[in-house]
Write a protein that binds this ligand. Structure first.
Ligand code: SF4
Length: 292
């Protein structure tokens, strides 16, 4: 791939992800709007969200002032050179920041200095996955800071919750995390869960669930059933959009799993806000195809 051309494609991908809402999320938000009572704060919150989406798309401006941290998952033809791709991602990030598709969001935790270009130690940190195909697939998500703050990781068993090392324990952990959030992190959220792994990979699998479409079906029957049950029961909590009260506290629940050590059982919860920004680009030859 020509690095200059790739850079241009990547800037467009960042623009799309930052400014355009995926259709499945928009549809779920509209359903939430129709479900809430006339004149309620919840309906008002949904109305403001829908107007923001329209305006952002029309003017190509970020859906939220916090453009988040960029989470990349890239599938590449086995044997490809990756260093030039990493370099193109960095360059595209700098240029997208200049174009105001991204807010300067990278801060040195020791000095407090923000370089203003969204680069820094560990930023960006793309995940690369080889595959047998000849095409490249770039998956990008903007993960906001407010919702990142209400993410959680439970270590089972948990005596406070009466949660054991089983799917009922997972259920209790997720419900507790949504209850504790009380709408913070800009509900209605998408609750993405990783069961197992370790403290690091558990959160990776949780965040990977954010790339799933809301209406997909989990191939694991047990997890599919748990997703539906949690979706129903989280929405019974009555927390509502932004915590104003209402029928829509979450837009979806998605669960993945990794094998765990016998001595550990982590439930990692990545909370994604209503501003669930994700985009995909597939490159075949020099041609790029984009979708949200
Ligand atoms: S949590 Fe999401 S919607 Fe709320 S401020 Fe952060 S990015 Fe924006």
């Amino acid at each position: 791939m020509d690095p200059k051309q790739l850079q241009i494609h990547l800037i467009e991908l960042i623009r799309k992800s930052s400014t355009d809402m995926p259709p499945d999320i928009e549809k779920a938000l509209m359903t939430g709007y129709h479900r809430e009572a006339k004149g309620s704060s919840a309906k008002g919150a949904f109305k403001a969200i829908m107007e923001t989406i329209k305006l952002s798309r029309k003017k190509s401006i970020p859906l939220c002032q916090d453009t988040g941290s960029l989470v990349w998952h890239i599938y590449y033809p086995d044997g490809s050179e990756l260093l030039p791709v990493e370099s193109s991602i960095k360059q595209a990030t700098v240029l997208a920041t200049r174009l105001n598709y991204l807010r300067p969001n990278s801060v040195d935790p020791v000095t407090g200095i923000n370089p203003g270009n969204n680069l820094g130690n560990g930023v960006p940190s793309p995940h690369f996955h080889p595959w047998k195909k000849k095409s490249w697939e770039f998956n990008l998500m903007n993960k906001g800071g407010g919702c990142e703050n209400v993410g959680a990781q439970y270590k089972l068993p948990d005596t406070r919750l009466g949660a054991g090392r089983d799917l009922d324990g997972v259920y209790k952990s997720v419900l507790d995390a949504v209850f504790q959030a009380q709408g913070r992190g800009c509900a209605p959220g998408i609750i993405c869960v990783g069961i197992g792994g370790d403290r690091d990979t558990g959160m990776v699998i949780a965040k990977k669930q954010i790339f799933r479409k809301l209406d997909d079906a989990n191939p694991d029957q047990l997890l599919a059933t748990l997703e539906k049950k949690l979706y129903r029961d989280c929405n019974k909590l009555g927390i509502g959009p932004m915590g104003y009260g209402g029928k829509t506290t979450v837009l979806g629940v998605k669960i993945g799993k990794y094998h765990r050590l016998p001595a550990t059982y982590f439930v990692s919860i990545a909370y994604m806000c209503w501003s669930d920004r994700r985009a995909k680009m597939i490159i075949r030859g020099q041609k790029a195809h984009y979708s949200n």
